[in-house]
Write a protein that binds this ligand. Structure first.
Ligand code: SF4
Ligand code: SF4
Length: 104
């Protein structure tokens, strides 16, 4: 088995510390624009949807962003297969599906 980042969207607070940590470690600058994880805030009240971009390299098996996620919305775990990586453009659909699932 390999380790991958597991996303637990329902635990995400939208704090965006992961974005700051990623940008700092990858570019030396605290700028979420440079982050390889994007936390999209969808709707009002906002539903945070963390999205891992294709250029995330798991920080060479030591993902820095995970260390800053206190609610454990992103976790470094052994998994059978690599999870799919949805695009940022899919965040709205993901938020809507989640909202439907918890509104039943
Ligand atoms: S994934 Fe974690 S660190 Fe990133 S915004 Fe969500 S709660 Fe904050
Ligand atoms: S694992 Fe590393 S490269 Fe990937 S999003 Fe987290 S901090 Fe950025």
């Amino acid at each position: 088995m390999e380790r991958h980042i597991e996303l637990n969207m329902e635990k995400c607070t939208g704090c965006k510390l992961c974005e700051l940590a990623c940008s700092a470690v990858k570019t030396g600058v605290y700028n979420p624009r440079n982050s390889r994880i994007k936390v999209c805030l969808i709707g009002i009240p906002e539903i945070p949807v963390p999205i891992i971009l294709d250029n995330c390299d798991y920080c060479f098996q030591n993902p820095v962003c995970v260390q800053f996620c206190l609610p454990k919305a992103i976790e470094w775990k052994e998994m059978e297969t690599k999870p799919l990586r949805p695009k940022v453009s899919e965040a709205k659909r993901i938020a809507e599906e989640w909202l439907t699932s918890v509104s039943r």
